[in-house]
Write a protein that binds this ligand. Structure first.
Ligand code: PLP
Length: 425
């Protein structure tokens, strides 16, 4: 039954699907779906790995043949390879309310968090408090724990709960750095960046925002919020592909004082002088470390061209409409099967994903994936559905709920094959 479920649902006459298709007909972003290569079925996991921009294959091919095979070493200059962390950062800046010179595309989110955290701590000498959150993505807390152990042994890490008030309650005159996710990776809850940043500044602390689940999904204005530092990845809503390079943001007012702890040769003021003593660049390039993975920047640039064909406000409008539609249908058709929406219903507090809980979340998600609807599972009991407005339709949202409803009604998920654990969830 699994392979045919989507085809059967699509072909059946359904007022719900008709309504969804009507909304797709009126969707100003609908044409952008064709700019992605998507498999058959419904893809609701762009919050984990975004779809491939359709032009990425040709762009990669050109980078390989013209850039690598023919150009070889000359391409570091001729193809602008050496400056990709900066030039792609300049393009990304527009999506986060940053000035072009404030963003660098490099390394992984984890590494960039280490760099910005160490920089921020060194800018608040004498203070010992570090605040993060209990339900943060683990790498964020792991990085803080490791950096504290290795470099700031006097510091103390306090973990707040999901609500912003809990963060504010931990702030004190001893707080050095606050490091939070803007959108929670499990629940999809959105924090009030402006209010939290303001409160942290009033306490004299610096703030680092992790925008892994925000950038490309909703408007972000780091400048207006007076954020100090930010980090994020590009392989989720920014569609850069598996392991695409991450980015970091340093507010221009901190560029002089902020120092990277990873003093690699590419962060040197004159890397090709091969001076044996490290002397940092004066620009955001001081946060470079080693050689950039050039080929990984290519799909990101293709994806940014799609973003440049619309506005982040239009993306947010559709995201809120899609997630509200999905939540409404989940309440109507899935709640009676024990699937509970845990994502905030108030759009102003929600990112671009919807999370449902169920004690048997793992086998249910495996049955759904086998039926052609791809979401993912986060332990212990969360089924996550990401809504990437550039390529997800209202029909996709409706089909996902209908397929899930059928799987619950038939008990398909109880088949032993769906209980089998996998390495990556
Ligand atoms: C909030 C957040 N931070 C960081 C990461 C991962 O960081 P890295 O790119 O270093 O693996 C993720 C991955 O899902 C995430 O959700």
């Amino acid at each position: 039954m699994t392979a045919d479920l989507l085809a059967t649902l699509r072909a059946a006459s359904s007022p719900l699907l008709d309504a969804a298709r009507e909304r797709d007909g009126a969707d100003p972003l609908a044409a952008l779906r064709a700019r992605f290569a998507l498999p058959d079925g419904v893809y609701l996991d762009g919050n984990s790995l975004g779809a491939m921009p359709a032009t990425a294959t040709a762009a990669m091919q050109a980078a390989m043949t013209r850039g690598w095979a023919d150009g070889l070493i000359r391409s570091w200059n001729a193809e602008g390879w050496h400056m990709l962390p900066v030039t792609v950062g300049d393009r990304l800046a527009a999506l986060m309310g940053a000035a072009p010179s404030e963003v660098l595309v490099c390394d992984s989110t984890s590494v960039n968090l280490y760099k910005t955290f160490c920089a921020a701590m060194a800018m608040r000498p004498g203070r010992r408090g570090v605040i993060s959150e209990r339900n943060n993505f683990p790498t964020d807390v792991h990085i803080l724990q490791g950096a504290i152990r290795g470099r700031f042994p006097e510091a103390r890490l306090d973990l707040a709960e999901d609500d912003d008030a809990s963060v504010l309650g931990l702030l004190s005159a001893d707080t050095a750095v606050v490091c939070l996710s803007h959108v929670n990776y499990r629940t999809g809850r959105l924090r009030d960046m402006t209010a939290v940043t303001k409160a942290a500044h009033e306490a004299g602390a610096l703030v680092i925002w992790d925008l892994a689940h925000s950038l490309g999904a909703l408007p972000v204005d780091l400048g207006a919020a007076r954020a100090d530092f930010a980090v994020g990845c590009t392989y989720k809503y920014l569609n850069a592909g598996p392991g695409g390079p991450a980015w970091l943001y340093v507010a221009a007012r901190h560029l002089e004082a902020a120092a990277t702890p990873l003093t690699g040769w590419q962060g040197h003021a004159a890397p090709f002088a091969f001076d044996i003593d490290f002397s940092p660049a004066e620009t955001i390039e001081k946060f470079r470390c080693g050689t950039p993975p050039v080929l990984s920047y290519i799909p990101l640039m293709e994806s940014l061209s799609v973003f440049e064909a619309t506005t982040i406000e239009a993306i947010r409008d559709k995201s809120l409409a899609l997630t509200a539609f999905f939540i409404e249908l989940a309440d109507e058709r899935l709640a009676r099967h024990g699937l509970t929406v845990i994502t905030p219903r108030d759009g102003s507090q929600r990112g671009s994903q919807v999370a449902l809980t169920h004690d048997d979340g793992w086998p249910i998600m495996q049955a759904l994936i086998a039926s052609g609807v791809i979401g993912d599972f986060r332990a212990p009991d969360i089924l996550r559905f990401g809504f990437t407005p550039l390529y997800v339709s209202f029909e996709d949202a409706a089909l996902a709920v209908l397929a899930l409803e059928r799987i619950m009604e038939t008990g398909l998920w109880r088949e032993p094959r769906f209980a089998e654990k996998k390495l990556v969830t």
